[in-house]
Design a protein around this ligand. Structure first.
Ligand code: ZN
Length: 458
């Protein structure tokens, strides 16, 4: 049992309960008590528990990252001025050299960065699978990396089949045929998907985007996900180039295209949704389709600002994503709350998004994207013990009286403690399940090897 006391608590529960000085009690993998003041003395086992005096800290739910491409960690800093399509065109041939060793190094660095920025659950949209004969088992490699670090993980066996020769954006060498992609996706569900309560590993079906995937593969992916009861994800409406592509090829917007394929529903969440017409926003709300908002990546690629305030008003569940580190080199989830607030206000004025709404996007909103709001995303008795304790008594935050404002508006806060499933994964701002020095060394070596490989094949 772990008892955390003497800290501010933002529960992000349905009523938005907060405590200026409160407690949190964790037993095994679950939260058993949350409230104001010290922990109740009559809880069984409370006096033998590990007690943490968390004065100067704020407890929130662990953050949930709803969109990422972990493998991109080792291709950061490239195509610095490109649009999405230019950036992808430069990077695809480099990514074609991925193998399991490179994947492990990149995934470990990406996930370690998420953990030390307060993220306890991560989704990975892995859609690029060079032939298994040369690349090996990429998904297996990242699943192993996630388990070693102790993060709750929702990886996808994604796919692309629309190569350049058929009018798509990616070169043919990084796409698969429909049968290969579908067989591998089904195999990933069989091997790894754990639907049980408290699960640390769930598989997602996630074809890449309308400009890299055929309608046939999109439709088959949705059918498989629904037959197997797993969640469904893709990129949508990220850029105006994508909109032009869809209008030319399908004579409709990206949202209409996906709707026509029978995709929209409360088992689906979509990354970006920057360029949506009012009708599409209403349609997402009606169908319960969720959105992963990626403000830094959208800024890095100059894609635009997603209409998050309008999405929330339409009843669309919205979570946050850092997106792949090649389009968000920072790779930290904590600061995305601040980014989300700032870009919402650039679009809609100073009342567009509050600090508490930004915290909700990073926590319960993310849980809704992943279909786990009954277990994750708020601090309530019975929920899983994924808890972030942020240190707010240093120069950067101490004089801001409102702890939620300090966390969201202030500089990136140090993570005093991160519990995932009741286990200490980060403490005193440092990863406890791996050596950050070794992770950095491996990522640097992997990046060099991948870029050298690309140079040889040029
Ligand atoms: Zn993405």
């Amino acid at each position: 049992m772990i008892v955390i006391e003497n800290c501010a608590v933002a529960t992000v529960d349905g009523g938005g309960a907060e405590h200026a000085s409160g407690h949190l009690v964790v037993e095994g993998e679950r939260i058993v008590a949350v409230g104001a003041g010290p922990a109740p003395g009559d809880l069984p086992g409370v006096w033998e528990a590990r007690r943490i005096d968390a004065g100067g800290c704020l407890a929130t739910p662990g953050l949930i990252n709803c969109h990422h491409h972990l493998y991109q960690w080792i291709t950061r800093g490239l195509a610095q001025q490109g649009t999405l399509f230019e950036w992808l065109t430069e990077l695809y041939p480099i990514w074609a050299g991925l193998d399991t060793e490179l994947e492990a190094a990149a995934a470990t660095a990406s996930l370690a960065t998420l953990l030390t920025s307060g993220c306890s659950t991560a989704f990975d949209h892995h859609y690029l699978f060079p032939p298994a004969a040369t690349a090996g088992d990429l998904l297996g490699a990242e699943i192993e990396a996630a388990a070693a670090l102790g993060i709750r993980f929702h990886p996808s066996r994604g796919s692309m089949d629309l190569g350049k020769s058929r009018g798509g954006l990616p070169p043919d060498e990084v796409v698969e045929d429909v049968d290969t992609a579908m067989a591998a996706t089904e195999d990933a569900i069989d091997r790894w998907h754990d639907p049980s309560p408290g699960s640390m590993l769930r598989i997602v079906v996630a074809p890449c985007s309308p400009f890299t995937v055929s309608g046939e593969l999109m439709a088959e992916s949705a059918a498989l996900a629904r037959a197997r009861g797993v969640r469904l994800h893709t990129h949508l409406a990220e850029t105006l180039d994508e909109e032009r592509f869809c209008r030319e090829r399908f004579n409709c917007t990206p949202a209409e295209y996906l709707d026509g394929l029978g995709w929209l529903g409360d088992d689906v969440w979509l990354a970006h949704c920057v360029h949506l017409e009012p009708a599409a926003i209403r349609r997402l709300g009606e169908t319960g389709t969720a959105v992963a908002h990626c403000p830094s990546s959208n800024g890095r690629l100059g894609s635009g600002i997603a209409p998050v305030t309008d999405l929330i008003a339409a009843g669309v569940p919205v979570g946050l994503g850092v997106d792949g580190a090649a389009s968000n080199e920072a790779g930290q989830l904590g600061p995305e709350m601040r980014q989300a607030l700032l870009v919402a206000r650039l679009r809609g004025g100073p009342a567009a998004l509050t600090a508490r709404q930004a915290l909700a996007l990073g926590t319960i909103g993310g849980a809704r994207c992943l279909g786990r709001e009954d277990e994750l995303g708020s601090l309530e008795p019975g929920k899983l013990a994924d808890v972030a304790l942020w240190r707010l008594d240093g120069v950067g935050h101490a004089d801001i009286a409102d702890p939620v404002a300090a966390l969201v508006l202030g500089p990136p806060a140090s993570v005093e403690l991160l519990l995932v499933n009741g286990r200490v994964v980060v403490e005193d701002g440092e990863l406890r399940t791996g050596s950050e020095e070794e992770i950095a060394r491996n990522a640097r070596a992997a990046s060099r090897r991948l870029l050298d490989l690309a140079e040889e094949h040029r």
